[in-house]
Structures are given as structure tokens and as C-alpha cells.
Design a protein around this ligand. Structure first.
Ligand SMILES: [Mg+2]
Length: 228
């Protein structure tokens, strides 16, 4: 094995978060029973949510504020009434029930299992992630799961990676790699910490970053060549 420690991001790297999000936002819209065009509702939510996650990754807001504030902003912008904490709870519940493995996920994990140390590194919300990890039966592959809410630090902060490596008691940075879809939290974070990086560009995203990943894949099965 080229890498003895493989860190996997979860959303849009192993599980299809795009689909889970679209379905959950739609379920929330139906639950709210508001007469707002579905496209507009989704577009607005996506924009607000994206901005808030970027602010969170930049350390400008904490995760608890993010959870509710996105729905307060959404209701203000689209002009409907809702209790942001109720909205948040409902939405997270919908989301926690959706775990859609991306193509080739089980194949590559089956090949890696027992041959290298595997860990999940995610900034996603703990309650949601643990449920989705269980639904997708990922516990059989991952004994080590590092969620930012529990670590008290998040990708791309060096502190997050330090806590992960301390926890694993892992010192060989040159034998570790992070695989993720996010050019900031996964790729820049991994690069700054000093480990190899693989950009999982499974949705044909545009490359917008100052940090060049060591590897780029468009399908999970391409990992075999990189890791073995
Ligand atoms: Mg991700």
C-alpha cells in the first residue's frame, strides 16, 4: 500500500449528499406547507446554506448558529413564517434518513478493508452523520470517525487534523492521504497539514483553488490505482 492511513470525507465523497439535500429541502418545503415555487425555495436555500458553511469554515460563525440561522434567513427572504429551530430539527431529521452510496463505494472499501487504516473525517452535523453512517453500513469499514462537532475543530483548520492524528497516534504524515470533494476543507486543509490529497471530483465541479491536489479522480474506482 502506498498509504497506510486513508482519510475519507463523507459527503459527496462516499455518500451522495447532493441528492440527500435536494430531497430533504423538498420534504421541508412540503412540511412547511408554504406556497412557494419549489425551484425558488431550493435555489434560495442552497445559496444561503452555502454562504453559511463557508462562513463556518472560515471560523466566522459556530455550527449552532448555522443550524438555525439559515432557516431564519430563508423565511425572511421568501416571506413565510417559521420557527427556525423547529425547521432545523425537522430538516436534520429528514436529512439523517438519507444515505445514498456513490457509485463504487462498497467496491473500493471492500478492497481497502484490512489493508490500510481507514477513517472518516467530516464537518457534517454529528446526529445526522452517525445515522447516515449506520444506514449505509459504513461502520463495518470505519472504526475511526472524526466529526468536527465532537472534535471542537473543523476542516480545513490545522487543529482539526492535529486532533485526528493525535487521536490515532499517527506520526507518519507521508503515509497518509485525505480524499474529499471540497477544495477548501479537504484539499487545502490536507495540504496545509502536510499529507497527500486526492480531490474526489465526482460531480464534474469546476476547479477553483490555489492548492493543487496530488491526485484527482472522477470515479471512486480510480482510487485503486492511487492507493495500491
Ligand atoms: Mg464533502
Amino acid at each position: 500500500m502506498k498509504y497506510d492511513l486513508v482519510l475519507f470525507d463523507l459527503d459527496n465523497t462516499l455518500l451522495n449528499y447532493k441528492r440527500a439535500e435536494v430531497e430533504s429541502v423538498e420534504e421541508l418545503r412540503v412540511w412547511l406547507d408554504v406556497k412557494i415555487d419549489s425551484d425558488l425555495f431550493h435555489r434560495t436555500y442552497k445559496r444561503i446554506n452555502h454562504k453559511m458553511w463557508t462562513d463556518f469554515e472560515d471560523g466566522l460563525i459556530d455550527v449552532n448558529l448555522l443550524k438555525t440561522e439559515r432557516f431564519r434567513k430563508l423565511s425572511l427572504e421568501l416571506g413565510f413564517l417559521c420557527d427556525p429551530s423547529n425547521c432545523s430539527e425537522k430538516y436534520l431529521y429528514f436529512l439523517s434518513l438519507k444515505a445514498y452510496p456513490l457509485d463504487g463505494m462498497y467496491d473500493i472499501l471492500d478492497k481497502l478493508k484490512g489493508k490500510t487504516k481507514l477513517a472518516i473525517v467530516s464537518n457534517g452535523l454529528s446526529k445526522v452523520q452517525y445515522n447516515r453512517i449506520e444506514l449505509a453500513k459504513l461502520n463495518q469499514y470505519f472504526k475511526h470517525i472524526f466529526l468536527s462537532e465532537e472534535l471542537g475543530a473543523s476542516k480545513p483548520d490545522i487543529e482539526y487534523f492535529e486532533k485526528v492524528f493525535l487521536n490515532l497516534d499517527w506520526k507518519e504524515l507521508d503515509k497518509a492521504i485525505i480524499i474529499g470533494d471540497n477544495l477548501n476543507s479537504d484539499i487545502k486543509g490536507g495540504y496545509n497539514f502536510g499529507i497527500a490529497t486526492c480531490w474526489a471530483n465526482l460531480f464534474e465541479s469546476e476547479y477553483t483553488s490555489g492548492v493543487k491536489p496530488d491526485y484527482t479522480i472522477s470515479e471512486l474506482n480510480q482510487l485503486e490505482k492511487i492507493l495500491f
